[in-house]
Design a binder for this molecule. Structure first.
Ligand code: UD1
Length: 421
């Protein structure tokens, strides 16, 4: 397996262009299952999770063209099967979102349930409860969710938790249900809003996305679309924190400050200068960061997908900070590895207590999930000596050519290809 090798201590400087949002692209690509017409999507990031989604769509029988430059064309005119197998869903939980669109258009579908993953149990009960409210019969059998419905009907759904995936899933299904659906306590993430925009461009009637209550008035069919996804706020946030940790000066072209207010606020509190403009964000840092407390929350709160990166930054900050994780139950797997690099972090329940240290020292490390891996890359950029991050496939699931982008900003970083034999 490839590894990433970093010699720490370089200040990041220059400009980086932010790619399309992975978490917006995945559900939007799956929304193409809702129409027999051709959909063209632009600004699709070239990450492994996107490739997995395209594989799933092709496996279902959709025609998929990927120009390799962020433009993807999908036409799900006639499908070969209405089933997403375990092999695909287990590598990427978002593929569970294929269930609803297949059901809404074809009256039945069978998709493997995702099960656990490294950051917690991650159930799909809210997805399944909602589908049942919309009139689907759902059975869980042999590790698969089997859903059937002659005619889905609009309903009032109140989510116990503003789940991003459940909101997206139910919104997609409701576009083709008869009558009106309201989703209360809906997730308000920018990716939910982007999916709603894509659905509206396909002829769906959706209002309220980005607010607590989303209303969808069902239509009999959706049509093809040309759509461009928003920039990735998590990639942008990751580069912002990287710049902050290395005393850098980086301009993030394409980043939307409006999507990153909670992060910008915390970085400013930590002593970082953040300049916002309509084309991007500039981050200027000087000297050691001040420690700040952070609590992850549903949007517009601080994103859980930037928790690990912020924790790496706080490991080197001046003072003590507390980072609380309220979204996922087991999302501190990076802490043990950071401590091996000299960090002083203790876990108490859902909080990490961090005593900032003056230096981290490079080490061979490995990570168990996407954001944990990138947190170790950031720690490596700021550490003394060489850090070698293994299990790079986690990084490739969500970041486009991260080592090339960081290297263009002046980092001493390279990918070492696995030697065969
Ligand atoms: C999405 C993002 C992920 C991000 C997360 C939270 C994608 C592809 N992934 O994941 O990167 O970290 O939002 O911002 O967009 N839950 C239930 N029952 C359910 C569904 C969720 O209990 O049916 C719980 C989960 O276990 C978790 C919490 O709700 O504790 C949040 O999960 P959710 O918002 O659904 O995250 P995802 O959509 O899986």
């Amino acid at each position: 397996m490839d590894t990433i090798q970093i010699r720490g201590g370089r200040r990041l400087k220059g400009e980086v262009t932010i790619d399309g949002a992975k978490n917006a692209a995945l559900p939007i690509l799956l929304a193409s299952l809702l129409t027999p017409e051709r959909c063209t999507f632009r600004n699709v990031p070239r990450v492994v999770d996107v490739r997995t989604t395209l594989r799933l769509l092709a496996d279902l029988g959709a025609r998929v063209e990927d120009d390799g430059n962020g433009v993807v064309r999908i036409q799900a005119e006639r499908l070969a099967r209405l089933e997403a197998p375990y092999a695909l869903v287990k590598t990427m939980r978002a593929s569970f979102l294929a269930l609803g669109p297949l059901l809404a258009r074809h009256g039945r579908a069978r998709v493997s349930t995702p099960g656990g993953c490294a950051i917690g149990s991650r159930p799909v009960n809210l997805h399944l409860d909602g589908l049942q409210k919309l009139g689907a019969r759902v059975r869980l059998l042999h590790g698969y969710a089997d859903a059937e419905a002659e005619q889905l009907r609009g309903a009032r759904i109140s989510l116990d938790f503003p789940s991003v995936g459940a909101t997206e899933h139910l919104m997609m299904v409701a576009t083709l249900a008869e009558g009106t659906t309201t989703i209360e306590n809906a997730a308000r993430e920018p990716e939910v809003v982007d999916l709603a925009r894509a659905l509206a461009a396909m002829g769906a009637r959706v209002t309220g996305a980005g607010e607590d209550i989303i209303s969808i008035e069902g239509v009999s069919a959706l049509h093809g679309v040309e759509f461009s996804t928003i920039p990735d706020r998590i990639e942008a946030g990751t580069f912002m924190i990287a710049a902050a940790m290395t005393g850098g000066d980086v301009y993030l072209r394409g980043a939307r400050a409006g999507h990153l207010q909670a992060v910008i606020l915390k970085l400013r509190e930590a002593g970082v200068e953040v300049r916002e403009d309509p084309e991007g964000i500039r981050v200027i840092a000087n000297g050691r960061l001040r420690s700040v407390d952070v609590k992850t929350m549903p949007y517009p709160g601080f994103p859980t997908d930037l928790q690990a990166q912020m924790l790496a930054a706080m490991a080197l900050a001046d003072g003590r900070s507390v980072i609380s994780e309220t979204i996922f139950e087991n999302r501190f797997m990076h802490v043990l590895e950071l401590n091996r690099m000299g960090a002083d972090v203790k876990i108490e329940g859902n909080a990490a207590i961090i005593r900032g240290v003056a230096v981290l020292s490079g080490a061979p490390v490995m990570a168990t999930d996407l954001r944990a891996s990138v947190c170790l890359v950031l720690a490596g950029l700021a550490a003394e000596g060489v850090t070698e991050v293994s299990r790079v496939y986690h990084l490739d699931r969500g970041y486009v050519r991260i080592e090339e982008k960081l290297s263009a900003l002046g980092a001493d970083i390279r990918r070492v290809k696995e030697s065969k034999g």
